[in-house]
Design a protein around this ligand. Structure first.
Ligand code: ATP
Ligand code: MG
Length: 461
């Protein structure tokens, strides 16, 4: 919590400008929602939303009269006007109340109101229902400040009604718990569980946005452990992971606990989140285990094809939740290779570096490290191999190792000039040269390459 409670100091200039214009025109205007929550909690808000008693057309007029040039009113019907103030885009939403929710997703209609209390009542959680005026006064009709202090997420009004209206709020709650560390108040959590099946009515894109927040948040493992039953509505294959005994000397944890330990092992980045790709890869890397599991005659558990099964499951989820192609491809590749370790020698590692971009191998190494460290003492010994591979990658990179045919110090034209006939022989020669460089039979030096190419050519004639 902040010790300096003159909260006006935390409102950026460009928001003060817009609040000032609205106040000078005789309207109430506030910073609202997540930004106020973050300011009180001592964090820096990601963005600032404004709420006002002015009707959308009144907002537009006040802005125009004050000389604001860029005023976008395409969402005026829902109460939102977007303006550019000092180069920042700001959303100004009129106090409103939401009509019926016939599809558990969106209000069928909205109506505007001059009452801040009425506006507060349509918001999702008490901690998101705070209003901060330009002069630093907090309005808190839902007692959200007490809940911020207690670290509690509590639905505004009757939780059952609020989650039935809009099931996405269930995932918003998990996202806020994961990114901000809120605990979820008991009646709110119960209503979330009860209404979780309604998540089936929510679009893939909207689920994806919240799922990203849930898996990348600092407290993701705690939230997934406690609410795996809710996440199981979206990804049913998570459910059998809980309590699934691997019957393996390499594992001391069940599949879900192992998975959460891997997720915890993915480092937080500068913004306090994990990379989405890596967090999802951690979540899905062993999701194929329960369905591929069998016990051999000696009583040991095996799950040989679990990376392929995991790819299939993650691929389906990626399509359902509309992941970008880039995210999907990288995610599946990470899952597929998470258990693969090349021999820790220069040639094998060089081949690996030729096959995959460095950025991908960096990510794979982070995942593999987190995975290995979430094994039993015996399983953790594999870390030596990973470290040897990583060391060899660094060594080869420092040497400027040749990573593609394009990086060979010779071209097809050079080979033709040296007397090798143009055509398919050239491509074949370049591939053989690349292979000889990887295997360290020759170095990537023009004279050596030409000499070697001519020798091969003569031998094959
Ligand atoms: P973030 O810090 O990620 O921006 P936020 O709480 O500001 O979190 P937004 O999606 O920016 O989330 O929404 C702004 C505000 O609008 C929320 O704080 C909340 O008051 C209200 N709100 C957003 N989505 C809903 C919803 N589905 N139901 C009710 N109120 C909502
Ligand atoms: Mg926000």
């Amino acid at each position: 919590m902040r010790t300096n409670t003159d909260y006006s100091a935390y409102i950026p200039e460009y928001c003060q400008l817009v609040l000032g214009i609205l106040n000078d025109s005789g309207y109430e205007a506030y910073v609202v929602g997540g930004a106020v929550r973050d300011i009180i909690a001592g964090e820096v808000p990601a963005d600032y939303d404004l709420a006002t008693s002015a009707l959308p057309e009144e907002v537009s007029k006040a802005m125009r009269d004050a000389g604001i040039k860029s005023i976008m009113d395409h969402a005026a019907k829902h109460g939102t006007i977007t303006v550019m103030a000092d180069g920042h885009s700001v959303e100004i939403t009129t106090f409103r109340t939401d009509g019926e929710y016939s599809d558990n997703r969106r209000p069928d209609s909205v109506s505007f109101t001059r009452s801040l209390e009425t506006d507060a009542a349509r918001r999702d959680f008490t901690v998101n229902s705070l209003y901060l005026s330009a002069d630093g006064i907090i309005k808190d009709p839902m007692k959200g400040e007490d809940d911020i202090e207690a670290g509690l997420l509590r639905a505004v009004g009757k939780p059952e009604l609020r989650f039935a209206e809009d099931a996405l709020r269930i995932l918003r709650a998990l996202r806020l718990a994961s990114t901000k560390g809120f605990m979820i108040e008991k009646a709110t959590a119960e209503a979330m569980r009860e209404h979780a099946p309604l998540l089936k009515n929510i679009s893939g894109e909207r689920i994806h946005a919240e799922l990203t927040g849930i898996v990348t948040g600092k407290y993701a493992s705690d939230v997934i452990r406690e609410y795996v039953d809710i996440l199981g509505v979206i990804i049913p294959e998570l459910l059998p992971m809980k309590g699934f005994d691997q019957h393996s000397v390499y594992h001391h944890l069940d599949v879900l606990e192992h998975t959460l330990a891997v997720l915890d092992g993915i480092p937080l980045e500068e913004d306090g989140r994990r990379s989405e790709e890596l967090a999802l890869a951690a979540l899905f890397h062993d999701i194929g285990k329960p369905e591929t599991f069998y016990i051999d005659k000696k009583g040991a558990g095996h799950m040989d094809d679990h990376p392929e099964a995991g790819c299939r499951i993650a691929g389906r989820v990626a399509d359902e939740l509309r992941f970008s192609n880039h995210l999907k491809e990288n995610l599946l590749q990470l899952i597929l290779l998470h258990d693969e370790f090349v021999a820790p020698d220069r040639i094998s590692v060089h081949r690996l570096m030729v096959s995959y971009p460095a950025a991908f191998l960096d990510k794979l190494a982070i995942l593999q490290r987190a995975d290995i460290l979430a094994h039993s003492e015996l399983g953790r010994q594999r870390i030596k191999r990973l470290e040897a591979i990583t060391g060899l990658r660094a060594e080869l990179t420092a040497e400027g190792a040749c990573l593609s045919i394009r990086e060979l110090k010779i071209s097809g034209d050079d080979l033709v000039a040296a007397g090798i006939p143009a055509g398919h022989k050239i491509g074949e020669s370049l591939r053989m040269l690349m292979n000889a460089v990887i295997e360290e039979r020759i170095s990537n030096d023009k004279d050596e390459l030409i000499g070697y190419a001519m020798k091969l050519f003569r031998e094959n004639e």
